[in-house]
Design a binder for this molecule. Structure first.
Ligand code: ACO
Length: 336
């Protein structure tokens, strides 16, 4: 059977840096509260001419450059995002900006902070089950557009970014993407969501289905609503189990993982999960102090930094896990 390997990574962040002290000027909070409870010190926020699409294109170009693959040789673009700049999908705009001449398929995957892991698994499925050779997987989000900047319980957590990897078909001995575990729990959606506004939905549907309620008003999404304690509990309960299942399927003991790379939501979650899996701190990747929770971008952003910084080297085994809204969570065992 066919294998697939990771052959390049790239990332991009907005230029505007917002520190905890900056936030303490708009909501009642402090650098101490935020850094002790989350580990976050700075985040980047879209401003001016930055767009999520432009960051994604920049990240993708860097990944292609590292992989030495021409945009014309891309067979598929998967854009993992919950904050697309076009409701109908943003991947085709990225495909266009990269100048892929053969009109390869490009589509979006919506799974919040688990989006990138899901994108990797989807890339592997496309490669193994089809004719796809070079699949670009992008994880990018701009949650700053959906945050209530007056809610200190959520606005301190998030940042904007984009990350990308190129997944390439190879022979089975070189396979670098194995051992998946993916889940969702729609019941937990009440703990974390940015739903369509209910009152406008009611209006759109009509209170009694009368034609007088037509045409419906333009709909709108609410800001991010979160029960932080429940999300914390969910992550610490589900993520270690998921990684253990993925490792079992890969036939790899946790002791032989070179790196644990979790979605960067909160340092306390990262610490709790690594403790439960008995993975020592020096084998845990963390960069959320600089970027906060960047949703679907966090794993490829941290991976790209670790690769370019010389931490992650060729042949290293990585246990990656995403978790978040949906609720969704999932793990993948990778070889760089
Ligand atoms: N600054 C100062 N005080 C604050 C702040 C703030 N930024 N935010 C909340 N507080 C106050 C609260 O009002 C509360 O005060 P009270 O006791 O007087 O009522 C007190 O601090 C404790 O608030 P809690 O919300 O109970 O604080 P908690 O210890 O749970 O920490 C946190 C909150 C950091 C959000 C934590 O619950 C967490 O990290 N949860 C996980 C969240 C997460 O990772 N979400 C993203 C998932 S990924 C995705 O898909 C988007």
């Amino acid at each position: 059977s066919k294998g697939c390997k990771l052959v390049g990574s790239g990332s991009a962040v907005p230029t505007l840096k917002v520190s905890n002290d900056d936030l303490s000027k708009i909501v009642e909070t402090s650098d101490e509260w935020i850094s002790v409870r989350t580990g976050i010190r700075n985040r980047r926020v879209l401003s001016g001419k930055d767009s999520l699409t432009s960051l994604s294109v920049e990240a993708a170009r860097k990944a292609l450059e590292m992989a030495q693959v021409d945009p014309d040789d891309i067979d598929l673009v998967l854009m993992c995002t919950s904050t697309p700049e076009d409701l109908f999908g943003s991947a085709p705009q990225i495909q266009k900006a990269l100048g892929c001449k053969r009109n390869p398929l490009a589509y979006d995957i919506t799974a919040a902070c688990s989006g990138f892991v899901l994108g990797l698994v989807s890339a592997a499925c496309h490669i193994r089950g089809g004719d796809f050779k070079n699949v670009l997987v992008i994880g990018a989000d701009a949650l700053s557009r959906y945050v209530d900047w007056t809610d200190r319980g959520t606005c301190i957590l998030f940042g904007d970014a984009a990350g990308a990897v190129l997944v390439q078909a190879c022979n089975s001995e070189e396979d670098g993407l194995f051992g998946f575990d993916l889940h969702s729990d729609g019941d937990g959606q009440r703990h974390l969501n940015a739903s369509i506004k209910e009152n406008e939905m009611d209006h759109a549907l009509g209170t009694n289905g009368s034609v007088l309620d037509f045409p419906p008003r333009r709909s709108n999404y609410s800001c991010i609503q979160m029960n932080g304690k429940e999300v914390f509990r969910f992550a610490v309960r589900c993520v270690p189990q998921s990684i253990e299942s993925a490792l079992e399927r890969a036939g790899i003991p946790s002791s032989s993982i070179d790196w644990l790379l979790l979605h960067q939501a909160n340092q306390r979650i990262i610490d709790a999960v690594s403790t439960r899996l008995e993975i020592p701190q020096e084998r845990v990747i963390s960069n959320l102090a600089n970027y906060g929770n960047t949703s679907a971008a966090s794993i490829p952003l941290a991976l790209d930094e670790a690769v370019r910084g010389g931490k992650v080297k060729a042949g290293h085994t990585i246990a990656a896990a995403g978790f978040g809204a949906g609720l969704t969570w999932g793990s993948a065992i990778l070889r760089w």
